[in-house]
Design a protein. Sequence first.
Length: 100
Amino acid sequence: MKELKDLNEERPRLLQLLNTAQCTLKTKLDQLNEKMAFAQTEQRLLQEKLDLRRADMDAKEKMLQCERLHQRNSSKSYDLLESSVNSLHHGLQSLTSEKV
């Protein structure tokens, strides 16, 4: 009987300790959830940054390809123009030499 009476007397203190422990655990869980949400946001932002860098690198590569193509086309155009001018020059020379 004495043990039961002692337990009944200890009950409010034990309940208070249990309540305090539950509050502490809830607070720590809330803090962990906040940290996890922050980490997820940070991870998402880093992924977006990585995606933007990849897109930037792709765009730069496309620009280089366009420049190379433009240079190649310009070179071909110049070669065609030079060939045409040479043909005209030779044609004019042959016409001039025929008249003389």
